[in-house]
Design a binder for this molecule. Structure first.
Ligand code: BGC
Ligand code: BGC
Length: 728
């Protein structure tokens, strides 16, 4: 019995990790209050400030811990520190990180009040992405396509394990925003468009990371994913109905899963910057959703109230507005002195009450107590685990086949591979990889080791297939080789980018890539397009319609090439299904599966709907059933693999609500069923749909809304099957 238990623990990756929070809320708060009671005003102000890591490194930038770092700690007294998307200590190795952070932890214990060190936070959004040696997983959009929260949980756990090995305590992850507008530069950081399907992924990420010993951050509360014109940090107009129906579910799920912090939306909603919105950060988040943890600002966003939004005349007023609205900890991150002075003036001038400052500082200290920072604890030694097998399995689960006229799998003949994404670590990893804007973009020159498509296709070609790869630059040589090839694989993709720099208002690829596609299609040979992109891309219709096969690979991470080669050669199928609606034209941007009926009766049909994806096999659904249970509806269906290859049948379960007095989606996605099946195999799959997923939010156009499950018939659809229940 004992041996069995040990084996199970090892398999689950528990070794070395202690789940957080380590103390109950009440215990952590008692410990925190005891420290708070000893703090001076300046020390409390320090607790609620987050300083950039570089403040403590040699030369104020990427380097070893500075000899006078202890003095700087004593002066700034920061409650927290962080690195930005491209910022690392030197050397930027796992050991370098582990040593630097252990050093800062020790200095914090010596110099900070109550011997409580600063908590260090980082963006480990697809693995520990600032560390060139770490395994990187597909970005969230790809995981959304896998529709497999258990896989997301495993990745979260592995990420936490690597973070702990480098003494990192706090992850600014997961993103709980929705991907509703593919023009937005952070679309790829979302798990997709559909609130409840994203909610399942967010809950899994929170559970996995915190089980692995690091605190999570639900970001960016709220409405960040729907900025006007798809421009990062532009104003979002959100009705109460849309807020409750669409934007809150992933945050609710994350809070329910125990997320220890929430980050505020750096943009504005309905004309109010979120960092100054009491309605959002306090009434909604703490009142309605009952969140009890830490609210952290986004990067420099109190300053932005003055410098960008111009909603507040100076930093003192902006600080008062923001702290009173509900920001507990300010990610300053550089001019900590200036913030300390502004907050002190606001407190001494009566614009921020001492009680509110105490509350914020208490939350920071409680957060750290929950992480175990008030106790002695073992330090990580900077040795990362090799997670490549997991990264490969994850990439394989994301791959989505959009078109195939029998060109795939590649079974024989001469294959020519080309295109800028065929051997590019930068494109395959996307933004937030080594550097903020991706590999090759910042001041860290390291190129991580990744498996790329052309290399993997060459290395693992089956008997009967010969592969050659040519860069697209030498066009004449390329077209000559193309004339001799049987199939051409063209790997296209978006250059890596993050945040506003990743906005893509036209959803287009660079003209040179479109020209390359046009040229190879011009040879008349079958063309297989492999796309590595963080959003749906619009191709000219005359090119799109001539593709022999089209594979969406999202941003597949360290093992993308190996996973793609398996799928293209037919050693594996294509389990991925689109986690978003793929528009056919720019005019259809924002089209989603949950669109309500329109006055003229017809909604536009997208190019590919949510949940779309082909495979090397086919499936059939039969015997759809819905049964009312104590807390919702259980929906089940039998899925059979009716083809000749093993494959994964994935079906989004949708619900049609009875008339509720408000516009409701024709079909609202409420859950997913999914199973890998051998040829001929069939299995009955079921999913529990909790009542909250069936709520309608009634109210008039400008007023508040009330959520309720309207009595009447509910029709569930799964594949070709429908099932109906009456709810009282
Ligand atoms: C981003 C956040 C991120 C923070 C720290 C901000 O610009 O909006 O998502 O956590 O930077 O890197
Ligand atoms: C950081 C990012 C941050 C951005 C804000 C960059 O230098 O690396 O994390 O989001 O600045 O402008």
């Amino acid at each position: 019995m004992r041996r069995l238990l040990t084996a199970a623990l090892v398999l689950a990756g528990v070794v070395g990790a202690q789940a957080v929070p380590r103390l109950t809320g009440a215990e952590a708060e008692t410990r925190a209050r005891a420290v708070l009671d000893t703090l001076t005003l300046d020390e409390k102000i320090g607790q609620v400030s987050m300083a950039h890591l570089f403040r403590f490194l040699e030369g104020g930038r990427s380097g070893p811990v500075a000899p006078n770092a202890g003095d700087i700690f004593s002066r700034l007294r920061p409650g927290a520190t962080l690195n930005g998307g491209g910022d690392a200590p030197q050397p930027n190795t796992p050991r370098g990180w582990a040593d630097a952070l252990r050093g800062l932890d020790a200095l914090g214990r010596q110099t900070l009040p109550g011997s409580v060190p600063a908590v260090f936070g980082t963006d480990a959004v697809h693995g520990v992405n600032n560390v060139p040696g770490a395994t990187l997983y597909p970005h969230n959009l790809g995981l959304g396509a896998a529709f497999d929260p258990a896989l997301t949980g495993e990745i979260a756990r592995a990420t936490a394990q690597d973070m702990r090995a480098m003494n990192m305590d706090w992850n600014f992850s997961p993103v709980a925003d929705l991907g509703r507008d593919p023009r937005w530069g952070r679309f790829y950081e979302t798990f997709g468009e559909s609130p409840w399907l994203v909610a399942d992924q967010v809950a899994a990420a929170v559970t996995g990371l915190q089980a692995g010993g690091v605190a999570t951050t639900l970001k960016h509360f709220v409405g960040y994913g729907s900025p006007g014109l798809g421009r990062d940090r532009a104003d979002a107009e959100i009705s109460q109905k849309a807020l409750h129906e669409l934007y809150l579910p992933p945050f609710k799920a994350g809070i329910q899963a125990g997320a220890m912090s929430v980050m505020a939306n750096s943009g504005s909603v309905n004309g109010i910057p979120v960092h100054a919105s009491n309605a959002i950060l306090t009434d909604l988040l703490r009142g309605e959703l009952g969140f009890k943890g830490l609210v952290v600002s986004d990067w420099n966003d109190i300053d932005r109230l003055v410098t960008v939004y111009r909603t507040h005349a100076d930093l003192v007023r902006a600080t008062a507005a923001s702290v009173n609205a509900g920001i507990d900890l300010y990610m300053v991150p550089n001019d900590v002195e200036q913030y300390a002075a502004a907050l002190k003036e606001a407190v001494e001038g009566g614009q921020v009450s001492p009680a509110r400052l105490d509350e914020a500082a208490l939350r920071v200290l409680t957060f750290k107590a929950g992480l175990g920072l008030m106790d002695a604890r073992p330090a990580g030694g900077g040795v990362l685990t090799d997670h490549r097998a997991l990264a490969r399995r994850a990439a394989a689960e994301t791959l989505t086949l959009l078109e195939n006229d029998q060109s795939l799998p590649l079974r024989k003949g001469r294959v020519l591979v080309t295109g800028p994404a065929m051997d590019s670590a930068a494109i395959g990893l996307g933004g937030w990889s080594v550097n903020w804007q991706g590999v090759g973009k910042g001041n860290v020159p390291d190129v991580p080791k990744v498996s790329t498509l052309a290399t993997a296709l060459k290395a693992t070609a089956p008997v009967g297939v010969t592969v050659s790869a040519l860069p697209d630059g030498k066009r004449e040589a390329l077209l000559k080789a193309a004339a001799n090839a049987d199939t051409i694989v063209v790997a296209l993709g978006e250059a890596p980018a993050a945040e506003s720099q990743a906005n893509n208002p036209t959803l287009a690829l660079p003209p040179a890539q479109v020209q390359l596609l046009r040229d190879v299609l011009g040879t008349g040979k079958p063309v297989v397009l492999v796309l590595m992109a963080g959003r749906p891309i619009l191709l000219p219709e005359d090119l799109q319609s001539r593709l022999s096969a089209f594979v969406m690979a999202y941003l597949p991470g360290s093992e993308g090439g190996a996973a793609l080669a398996d799928a293209l050669y037919g050693r594996a199928g294509f389990p991925g299904r689109l986690p978003f609606t793929w528009p056919g034209t720019l005019g259809e941007v924002g089209l989603t599966a949950d669109r309500p009926p329109e006055g003229a009766g017809e909604a536009p049909l997208p190019l590919y709907p949510l949940g779309f994806g082909r495979d090397y096999t086919s499936f059939r659904t039969t015997d759809g059933q819905a049964v009312v249970t104590a807390d919702g509806v259980r929906v089940s269906v039998t899925v059979q693999n009716t083809g000749k290859a093993t494959g994964t049948g994935t079906y989004i379960v949708t619900a049609s609500l009875p008339p509720a007095g408000t516009l409701e989606a024709v079909r609202r996605p409420v859950g997913v069923v999914r199973a890998a099946l051998k040829p001929g195999e069939s299995r009955t799959l079921s999913v529990a749909v909790p009542l909250e997923r069936l709520e309608a939010f009634a109210g008039d156009a400008f007023g508040p809304v009330m959520g309720s499950v309207v009595p009447g018939p509910y029709i569930f659809q799964i594949g070709d099957e429908t099932a109906r229940v009456n709810l009282p």
